[in-house]
Design a protein around this ligand. Structure first.
Ligand code: IDP
Ligand code: MG
Length: 162
């Protein structure tokens, strides 16, 4: 088994994805994971946890002061969340495409929110919105040793040799 990565280090981009309590309660965990997995992205970390209100406030720190902030943080801490890190070329930006627009009303059919959600406050999934937030959110939700480094056997079929 080759452990030589097909991707250049700079292309091994990682993003933080979370299935919110509504997605978990509605039985959409496997549906959501399936969409990232079949695209070709590699799962490098996953855990189920109930975040505290304070933790939710830290996660959504940039939204402090917005009218929906308190309700949003109450909601994120209201039940189990599936926290994940996914890796692949362009996964931060394309992960947001798979997710769809913030409001499911504006999400295209074929996207996770477009296919599976209706209201903005119950839009089932979170995804980092850029490289800086991805880095910060991965560090907030995971200890370094929880990130599993391995070469996926599929990589040589997903990427051209560099
Ligand atoms: P994003 O999840 O698409 O990145 P953000 O603007 O970062 O969207 O907002 C974080 C979350 O806050 C959204 O996913 C949504 O659940 C919630 N939210 C955003 N705007 C509103 C709103 O106008 N009303 C209620 N909830 C909102
Ligand atoms: Mg956001």
């Amino acid at each position: 088994l080759s452990q030589t990565p097909t991707l250049e280090a700079a292309e091994l981009e990682r993003t933080f994805i979370a299935i919110k309590p509504d997605g978990v309660q509605r039985g959409l965990i496997s549906e959501i994971i399936h969409r990232f997995e079949r695209k070709g992205y590699k799962l490098v970390a996953i855990k189920l946890l109930i975040p505290s209100k304070e933790f939710a406030e830290t996660h959504y720190d940039d939204l402090r002061g917005r009218p929906f902030f308190n309700g949003l943080c109450d909601f994120l801490s209201s039940g189990p969340v599936v926290a994940m890190v996914w890796e692949g070329q362009g996964v931060i930006k394309y992960g947001r495409k798979l997710i769809g627009a913030t409001s499911p009303h504006n999400s295209e059919p074929g996207t996770i929110r477009g296919d599976l959600a209706i209201s903005v406050g119950r839009n089932i999934i979170h995804g980092s919105d850029g490289p800086e937030t991805a880095k910060a959110e991965i560090a907030l939700w995971f200890k370094p040793e929880e990130l599993v480094n391995y070469t996926s056997n599929a990589e040589k079929w997903l990427y051209e040799p560099s």
